[in-house]
Ligand binder design. Structure first.
Ligand SMILES: Nc1nc2c(c(=O)[nH]1)N[C@H]1C(S)=C(S)[C@@H](COP(=O)(O)O)O[C@H]1N2
Ligand SMILES: [Mo]
Length: 370
């Protein structure tokens, strides 16, 4: 099918060097977390990262319907009031965008240029999905359940509504929720209001926002966001491996005070308490290490905020004068260790390389001045 975005030649597969205007405009739309708020177990709502491919759809809540259709014996629709009247649960879940860290690959994929900030933890308020699916009575030959959002746009010349699917086995394995609230308040438009999916433990693309349709399919789902992207690939022709669970990762709250432009840091010498977060999908974190110029020490980990959310960590660094490179890396209970160097990926997905912060330890007292 022909459209104005077919055969768009302006997008290189990967690119080195400076960021383009396209990338910086995407970065303005899709804000990232403010790392210093990671002192909180729950990310303040206004600083939860955003990733919206197309436009935020404006949805009339009174007219809203969630439709369950396809290979169900008892398909039906629900209003928002119906969904809000169902048993509600509030679950802290850490969400991370699969593209987090993309900007730090060289050459990088030409897309949303995340460095470290596409992660956050919210208390999602909603109802478990499984009973709603069971009530519709999926037929025995269902192989995929698709979840489609109200947002429509083009990517690589293909017009589509944002959609994803999960197999019956994946649905049985994951505590998927239908969500209408976040941190004690109604879901904000940019986070998927009035209704979204939350798929705990998986990268964010699975958590479809502005959800309006659930369809039971007897053939594998072929939606663009499932088949054409969100796959680990080595090059453009690689069929790739579907992206699922969030890889083990940690971040630190950058210590000291920043330089406006470079975000490099400065701190006086002596003991510095360094804090951060670590997560690995639904797998517990077994260990977090903090490194100074390549010398590592174990950090102390707090309990996970929930089975689906990050844990806090802290350690004391004896800061000595001069420039230093600070890093952190986590190990999960399955023995997966966060790498120091970024794992290459054609689309910049799944970069869980160690977080690196440059800091100068200054002996004399630096008084605030204007
Ligand atoms: N309908 C729809 N759902 C979507 C997206 C989207 O663009 N459209 N983006 C996905 C991606 S890639 C991520 S990382 C998460 C981000 O959720 P947030 O913006 O609430 O942080 O939403 C997912 N769900
Ligand atoms: Mo994402």
């Amino acid at each position: 099918m022909s459209n104005p975005f077919t055969n768009f030649q302006g997008k290189p597969a990967t690119t080195p060097g400076v960021f383009s205007e396209f990338e910086t405009r995407l970065a303005n739309r899709n804000s990232g977390a403010i790392l210093e708020t990671m002192v909180h177990d729950i990310t303040p709502t206004g600083t939860h990262y955003l990733l919206t491919h197309f436009d935020v759809p404006i949805i009339d809540e009174a007219a809203f319907e969630l439709n369950l259709s396809g290979a169900f014996d008892a398909p039906y629709s629900l209003s928002l009031d119906d969904i809000r009247a169902m048993p509600s649960q509030t679950v802290p879940v850490t969400l991370e965008c699969a593209g987090n860290g993309r900007a730090r690959l060289e050459p990088r994929s030409f897309s949303m240029p995340w460095a470290y900030e596409a992660v956050g933890t919210s208390e999602w308020i909603g109802t478990p999905l499984a009973p709603l699916i069971a009530r519709a009575q999926p037929r025995a030959d269902v192989v995929d359940m698709s979840f489609t959002g109200a947002d429509f746009g083009y990517d690589n010349g293909v017009g589509h509504r944002f959609g994803r699917a999960l197999s019956p086995e994946q649905l049985a394995d994951l505590n998927v929720m239908l969500v209408y609230g976040m941190n004690g308040t109604p879901l904000l438009p940019q986070h998927g209001a009035p209704l979204r999916l939350i798929v705990p433990g998986w990268y964010g693309m699975a958590s479809v926002k502005w959800l309006t349709d659930i369809e039971a399919l007897t053939a594998p789902y072929q939606g663009f966001q499932q088949v054409r992207t969100y796959r680990f690939r080595q090059d453009a022709d690689d069929p790739g491996i579907p992206i699922t669970k969030i890889r083990v990762k940690s971040l630190m709250v950058p210590p000291g005070i920043p330089d406006w432009l470079t975000r490099k840091r400065m701190t006086p010498p002596g003991p510095v308490e360094v804090r951060g977060r670590a997560w690995a999908g639904n797998t517990p974190i077994a260990r977090v290490e903090f490194g100074v110029d390549g010398v590592w020490q174990d950090a102390e980990c707090a309990p996970h905020v929930s089975a689906h959310a990050w844990c806090g960590w802290r350690c004391t660094w004896q800061a000595e004068p001069g420039w230093h490179t600070l890093q952190c890396r986590a190990t999960d209970a399955d023995g997966n260790v966060q790498p120091i160097d970024a794992p290459w990926d054609h689309s910049g997905f799944g970069n869980n390389a160690a977080h690196t912060v440059e800091i100068y330890v200054q002996a004399q007292n630096v008084a605030p001045s204007t």
